[in-house]
Design a protein around this ligand. Structure first.
Ligand SMILES: [Zn+2]
Length: 389
């Protein structure tokens, strides 16, 4: 058994009254974050140093007593303190060179607040401080383990969600003795070295026409009008649908791979760079390779399996896996080719086989960048707030 953190995301169905109070929470948390970020900025400009978390927390207590900001009392004080903590962390990360300077949060893109303690999930109700009667929730999965913290959010389409992070005693999956290399591609999403293909569902493309039409309608509306808002929701709904379908599929594929294999080798893709430069940028970001690799990594960590990353400059497509002959003329449109020694090569399968070979080489030399135990702890933490399977 091991301790893992798992994230669950459920849709909330607050009453009209609860919506008002939830919106107050979003607003107050955003106010606290922005107010104290501004304080820190101004202090830093004049004194070259600024208040830390503890000083700011005591000022916050004072703010709640002031007439102009007494409304801060209406919301869960722990959520406000948590916003201060986040600001503090953002500052520390910035000064360590790990992150950009903290940004002000806007109503448009940031409607979240965190409940660090005292959240409970009933059969169809979700309980947090200030919401004694509970908020109606569609908890379609049982939450295992103990709830650690919850983050509530509101989407641009006006839906409310809660992400629950739980700490769980987890029994890793059985070992299968299987290993594989995976080639991530555009034609097929993934091909394993033993020939299993996962389709590329091209979610954005599936919805492209619908989305374009909806966006065209939106562009004709007067900004701020009711019909503009309605249409904006429609556009967001399509985006949500695309994201959800893609995420579901990534979970399914990664789950299957981690169940079937003990060791998985894949290319270390510098996806950001590729998306910026490549003419296939749209398709690449649509396939969600980056998210997929992260899912694989944390599921590998949960189940004591290994992910080995191959240097992305390794010519996995160009090299014949049978004899090592290199095809210098290979281009993207060539799905099948014959090597100098007569081996007939299926492009993606060949690449997957080479990736496996290279992965095993790295594993046996012990020099590889591979994921197990401690190495992936930060990834696990990072991902823990996204939905898990
Ligand atoms: Zn060959």
């Amino acid at each position: 058994m091991k301790i893992i953190f798992r994230a669950y995301k459920f849709k909330l169905q607050p009453t009209r009254k609860q919506k008002v109070l939830l919106d107050k929470h979003f607003g107050c948390v955003r106010f606290v974050y922005n107010h104290f970020l501004n304080e820190r900025k101004e202090q830093y400009q004049s004194d070259k140093k600024s208040d830390n978390y503890y000083i700011q927390a005591s000022i916050l207590t004072q703010l709640k007593k002031n007439n102009e900001t007494v409304w801060l009392k209406e919301v869960n004080s722990q959520s406000l303190q948590f916003a201060l903590r986040c600001l503090d962390t953002a500052y520390i990360n910035f000064f360590r060179g790990n992150a950009n300077f903290p940004k002000f949060k806007s109503k448009k893109n940031k409607n979240t607040f965190t409940v660090p303690q005292f959240a409970k999930l009933g059969v169809d109700r979700f309980y947090i401080p200030k919401f004694k009667e509970g908020i109606k929730v569609n908890a379609h999965r049982k939450v295992k383990g103990d709830i650690r913290k919850c983050t509530l959010s509101k989407t641009p389409t006006g839906k409310y969600f809660v992400s629950i992070l739980s700490e769980e005693q987890y029994k890793p999956k059985e070992k299968t003795g299987n290993i594989c290399g995976i080639d991530l591609g555009l034609k097929d999403f993934a091909v394993t070295s033993d020939g299993i293909k996962f389709r590329n569902n091209k979610y954005t493309k599936q919805y492209e026409r619908k989305l374009k039409k909806a966006q065209q309608y939106l562009s004709r509306k007067i900004i701020g009008s009711n019909s503009f808002e309605r249409q904006r929701r429609k556009v967001s709904l399509i985006h949500e649908k695309i994201t959800n379908s893609r995420m579901d599929n990534l979970h399914k594929v990664s789950h299957q791979l981690i169940s079937n294999y003990d060791i998985i080798a894949l290319e270390d893709l510098d996806i950001k760079k590729m998306v910026r430069n490549h003419k296939f940028a749209k398709h690449i970001s649509d396939t969600g390779w980056g998210t997929f690799v992260k899912l694989l990594e944390y599921k590998a960590y949960w189940n004591d399996k290994k992910i080995i990353k191959i240097n992305r400059f390794y010519p996995s497509s160009k090299t014949c896996h049978e004899c090592g002959w290199i095809n210098q003329d290979l281009n993207l449109s060539m799905r099948e080719w014959t090597c100098g020694n007569g081996h007939i090569i299926d492009r993606d399968l060949n690449a997957a086989k080479n990736i496996l070979k290279e992965g095993l080489k790295i594993l046996s030399s012990g020099t590889g960048d591979y994921t197990d135990r401690d190495g992936v702890r930060s990834i696990n933490a990072q991902l823990s707030m996204k939905s898990g399977v």
